[in-house]
Design a protein around this ligand. Structure first.
Ligand SMILES: NC(=O)c1ccc[n+]([C@@H]2O[C@H](COP(=O)([O-])OP(=O)(O)OC[C@H]3O[C@@H](n4cnc5c(N)ncnc54)[C@H](OP(=O)(O)O)[C@@H]3O)[C@@H](O)[C@H]2O)c1
Length: 273
């Protein structure tokens, strides 16, 4: 995608993560422009990364082949309505990273724009370990899809989906998922403290166990998760005893229920914008 001009409307946390990832991976800062309502975040981005900055969203539109819309969902309609749509031509691709706004709704917010990509990143994008689901309207070329994919790959892994309902699945399986793991770790840390460890030591124990397990999963892509689990579970041992307790408490069914609840809420939220 080198050579494509990329613009960001909104210079908040997520835009900042993507822009840092892009520049650190060698993308030319001269080909990036960023706008924001207030100036401070822009100044910091220019100083640290050398990107072009502006407080004029139309300047982003005029400059860019790909326009990343990185404002909060509640203000997306207003921001798009205020753009000068005479600057929109057929070659430009608009990529929204806003949670909960469907492609069809985005199209009504800026009817002059015809080529749309919707990306759903998650918060670990801020540390380069994000997971982003993407979907494009049919008229986005393979080259432009690749470019949008590369943008999000600057902050982690990407997965393209064909049906938009799958974006709600991405939210349930990846978008909201870091919080599931935090909850699990909190519960483990708390019980380790009950066993007499200090707060800090309990955190070290559980976070390192999680990190090690995550690395084992990633390092063994061809091994089923169930096999990884069985490999560390000796018959009659401590792990087997703990896992039997999880099973008796119907943990897998509870996980399904929680993920379905996330999907339902995503569906509801997409009707709010
Ligand atoms: N953070 C995440 O983990 C995450 C995950 C998935 C999706 N997203 C999506 O990413 C989008 C951005 O989220 P965020 O966390 O980066 O939010 P954020 O930090 O609040 O950033 C939003 C930015 O938009 C700017 N802005 C407001 N009005 C504007 C306007 N009229 N023109 C240009 N810029 C304007 C704000 O400027 P000021 O500084 O002046 O207010 C702010 O810097 C959201 O739609 C969110 O749903 C975020």
């Amino acid at each position: 995608m080198q050579g494509k001009k990329v613009g960001f409307i909104g210079a908040g946390n997520m835009a900042r993560s993507i822009i840092s990832g892009l520049v650190e991976s060698g993308y030319s800062a001269a080909d990036i422009v960023v706008s924001n309502r207030s100036i401070d975040k822009l100044m910091a981005l220019q100083e640290e990364l050398g990107v072009n900055i502006t407080t004029d969203n139309d300047a982003v539109l005029a400059f860019s082949d790909i326009i990343v819309l990185a404002v909060k969902p509640q203000i997306m309609a207003d921001v798009l309505a205020q753009l000068d749509d005479t600057l929109v031509d057929d070659s430009k691709v608009f990529m929204s990273i806003a949670a909960g706004i469907k492609l069809a709704r985005l199209g009504t917010m800026l009817p002059a724009a015809k080529r749309w990509v919707r990306a759903m990143p998650n918060t670990p994008s801020s540390v380069g370990k994000g997971m982003t689901g993407l979907i494009a309207t049919d008229n986005v070329s393979a080259e432009d899809q690749n470019a949008c994919g590369e943008l999000m790959a600057a902050v982690g892994e990407i997965l393209w989906v064909r049906e938009e309902t799958k974006i709600d699945g991405v939210i349930a399986a990846a978008g909201s998922a870091p919080a599931y793991f935090f909850l699990f770790l909190e519960a483990m840390q708390s019980e380790a403290e009950n066993m007499g460890f200090s707060h800090e030591d309990a955190r070290l124990l559980v976070q390192q166990a999680m990190l090690g397990a995550a690395h084992m999963v990633v390092a063994n892509p061809d091994t089923e998760l169930s096999t990884l689990r069985e490999n560390v579970t000796s018959k009659g041992g401590t792990t087997a005893q703990a896992l039997a307790t999880f099973t008796a408490g119907e943990l897998p069914a509870l996980v399904s229920k929680a993920m379905q609840a996330a999907v339902q809420r995503a569906e509801q939220m997409s009707n709010e914008f």
